[in-house]
Design a protein around this ligand. Structure first.
Ligand code: SF4
Length: 423
């Protein structure tokens, strides 16, 4: 089954080019992330950009908060070019003083592939419009796209106050809650800023919008409203998603419904990393969200049951873990060898005869382990048909060899003639 059919038609947007990467229109939903090194430490930042890119981040953002950070941008680009990564689109994140930095550092303005502008902190009153115009002018002069990145934590207070005042003047029965006004204000701030940017001369094909908030229902409501009102390309993200499972699950909950509705052209998962974990975790989480929604494939997936009283030992759990690690380790090797299409492969590892054979038949290749009191032989299914029966200590090694052979047999064919029987 073509699982993309489960997803509604993708919302139409202009194509926005960020360096050589297209966002919106018919482009795949892009994965992006952000560094957490001081940008002025250009060596560390360049290497984290490479690390994030190698993990799958198609564009990488970093903060530009003062002169030292702005001066580091061309140096970062030089390192990336020297190391063969000059193609990674670089996004500068500006707050409070972006108008000054972009003007004072033309090399920075020219080197960046996109500017992120937060309309909530470009100044107040007339200064707001002047500063905003200056940054948009810089984008026009340098032919760069801009993300109008609204964030609930730094929302334009003039827009919020205006909507609050309008709301209080309404009859009590028509008044909205403060939460609903926050959503309205974020969307209004994004659209009003984008319209101003267009009036100043920046084309719609150079604008991406985002309306981030840390509350899942508010985030979903904001993007739905934005998608209904405009056709700008959208950057989706739940801001300050949090740490560990909470951050990943909240982001998945927020992004999945929108993506299934065809809303969203690029995503970022804003995880708080634990001190011992890699920044690349947020890239893997973003890829997993897209893959779980049937939108893009990045890595072969293991389908495994949770186990229950029918599983005879922890053997089933260790095999599921080992096969998962094997796929993670082999994917770069298969890619390097030129195989393509294996990213959408599913491998089942099931705990007993109840659902084991059935689920294994639905996978490309599946292993059904014996549950309590069952025949110790473990049937393997390939493309839905019984293929072999494994037993004993060599079971895992034998199954790995079968997976490797499956990739080489099925995906080499796709590489050579573009025809894959699995598709
Ligand atoms: S497949 Fe078997 S072991 Fe796994 S959860 Fe279902 S009944 Fe339990």
């Amino acid at each position: 089954m073509d699982i993309s059919l489960l997803r509604k038609h993708r919302r139409n947007t202009p194509e926005v080019m960020v360096g050589k990467i297209g966002i919106g229109a018919d482009n795949p939903v892009r994965v992006q992330s952000m560094t957490n090194t001081p940008t002025s430490d250009y060596g560390a930042t360049a290497h984290q950009i490479i690390e994030l890119h190698e993990a799958g981040s198609e564009l990488v953002r970093f903060t530009v908060m003062d002169d030292a950070y702005a001066q580091a941008i061309p140096k970062i680009k030089n390192i990336l070019e020297e190391e063969g990564y000059g193609c990674i689109p670089l996004v500068g994140d500006f707050h409070f003083n972006g108008h000054l930095l972009l003007k004072r550092h033309p090399d920075c303005a020219q080197t960046l592939d996109k500017y992120r502008i937060n309309p909530g902190n470009v100044g107040f009153g007339t200064r707001h419009d002047e500063n905003f115009k200056l940054m948009i002018g810089c984008a026009i002069d340098n032919r760069k796209p801009v993300r109008i990145g609204v964030n609930a934590g730094s929302l334009d207070q003039e827009v919020l106050s205006r909507l609050m005042d309008e709301n209080t003047k309404k009859p009590a029965a028509e008044r909205k809650s403060a939460d609903a006004i926050l959503v309205d204000a974020m969307v209004a701030s994004a659209i009003e800023s984008a319209k101003k940017a267009e009036q100043f001369g920046l084309g719609k094909n150079r604008l991406v919008l985002s309306v981030k908030v840390s509350n899942v229902p508010q985030m979903v409501a904001s993007y739905r409203m934005l998608a209904e009102k405009t056709d700008y390309a959208l950057h989706l993200g739940l801001t300050e998603a949090g740490i560990g499972a909470k951050g990943t699950i909240s982001s998945a909950a927020a992004l999945s419904g929108l993506l299934q509705q065809g809303i969203g052209d690029t995503i970022r998962v804003s995880l708080t990393p634990t001190p011992e974990s890699s920044r690349t975790e947020e890239v893997k989480a973003a890829q997993q969200i897209l893959q779980a929604n049937g939108i893009r494939s990045f890595m072969p997936q293991v389908t495994s049951c949770p186990g229950c009283g029918r599983t005879s030992s922890t053997l089933f759990q260790s095999i599921a873990k080992e096969i998962s690690a094997y796929l993670q380790a082999m994917a770069p090797e298969w890619k390097k060898a030129g195989y393509s299409g294996f990213e959408s492969m599913t491998v089942a590892v099931m705990g007993c005869v109840v659902n084991g054979p059935g689920e294994s038949r639905h996978a490309n290749i599946g292993l059904s382990l014996p549950g309590v009191g069952e025949d110790p032989l473990s049937p393997v299914f390939v493309d839905g048909r019984p293929y072999a029966r494994l037993r004993g200590e060599s079971r895992i090694a034998d199954f790995k060899k079968m997976i490797d052979a499956y990739v080489k047999e099925h995906y080499q064919a796709e590489l050579q003639n573009g025809n894959n029987s699995l598709s």
